[in-house]
Ligand binder design. Sequence first.
Ligand code: FAD
Length: 394
Amino acid sequence: MASTPPAAQHPLALFGVEELLTDDEREIRDTVRAFVADRVRPQLAEWYEAGHVPARELAVELGKLGVLGMHLTGYGCAGTNAVSYGLACAELEAADSGLRSLVSVQGSLAMYAIHAFGSEAQKQRWLPELAAGRAIGCFGLTEPDFGSNPGGMRTRARRDGDDWVLSGSKMWITNGTVADVAVVWARTDDGVRGFLVPAGTPGFTATEITRKLSLRVSVTAELAFDDVRLPAEAMLPDARGLRAPLSCLDEARFGIVFGATGAARDCLETTIAWAVDRQAFDRPVAGFQLTQQKLVDMTLELGKATLLALHLGRRKDAGSLRSEQISLGKLNNVREALTIARECRTILAAAGITLDFSPLRHANNLESVLTYEGTSEVHTLVLGQALTGVPAFR
Ligand SMILES: Cc1cc2nc3c(=O)[nH]c(=O)nc-3n(C[C@H](O)[C@H](O)[C@H](O)COP(=O)(O)OP(=O)(O)OC[C@H]3O[C@@H](n4cnc5c(N)ncnc54)[C@H](O)[C@@H]3O)c2cc1C
């Protein structure tokens, strides 16, 4: 009698990842996974093709789900641990990096900046609305001529009596045209400072960047400030110097470390299911040794990336996560996720080039993820400096 082949295992089950999570963490992950399956996945291909996302409606639903600023405390925020936030990011990015970007920019950039550096009045005014998704936030650091080196920024805020007058522009700003409030970083006589600029303030315009081949389920914009007059209270009182926006970026990068594993996992799940079913030369594509080599190599990288994310998450919850360790996770996990997405596409062959399957969409998205929040080159230099003590940025 022929023996029954062993049941196929999920790639992450091989690593025993499930056992590393608490009941609460699993519950949060499963809740976000169910939301994504029900509300997002059925419409993703349509949104991606149209290059349009109903950001306002989604933000309200994400607010109800409790994921906006979920790792922050008070002001209507859920106050979960960092690992739970990471797991939520992975589930969102398993659907699409654009969805995770919306949540990252809202929670880790805009809300975190206000939470960490804002006055009590600023926190009361914005955080409950942003946590509920009734308001959307964006974060303007990058400029047309200064991306990797934000220290060169030209956007300027000068004092005029008690007021501030802001002039300059910001580029590639996620959520820019749908935001109710922009956190804007500008040079002042007192170094780099942060300002809260509500949408509709005279002189402030946001223009959507179109014709994108990547992150099409995400709003990207250019912001222009033409002598925008702001009251003294618009400044974030506790943000002094470039360290403040850079600390916000660390928060968002942390979400990416997990998020990228979600995209990679989705690619692999999609591809294994397809390869088991698809026949070539009268046998399943999954039965070819060359295919299995690819699947195993990708599983190894996905498992290692997931374990690294969890390790960094536990360190964050313990208060011992260092900035260069976030670089480690961002560099490795996005790079490997992109490699996995492309390799999955090769298995899917022709079927892989349409929106019927996720890997090429994920690969296109991950090109942006590789670039934003510090390019892979910049994180390599951060780690090179950590290893050698010698900075190689200039
Ligand atoms: C979809 C999307 C959304 C974004 N959202 C936001 C947002 O919400 N807010 C925001 O502020 N920004 C946002 N960004 C901007 C993003 O952070 C920048 O694109 C990124 O920092 C890189 O800047 P740059 O594109 O100007 O590239 P550049 O800085 O011009 O770099 C060009 C190339 O040179 C390399 N390079 C630069 N300096 C060095 C060096 N010292 N050594 C070696 N190589 C180097 C880079 O790695 C890159 O390969 C977003 C970008 C994208 C694509």
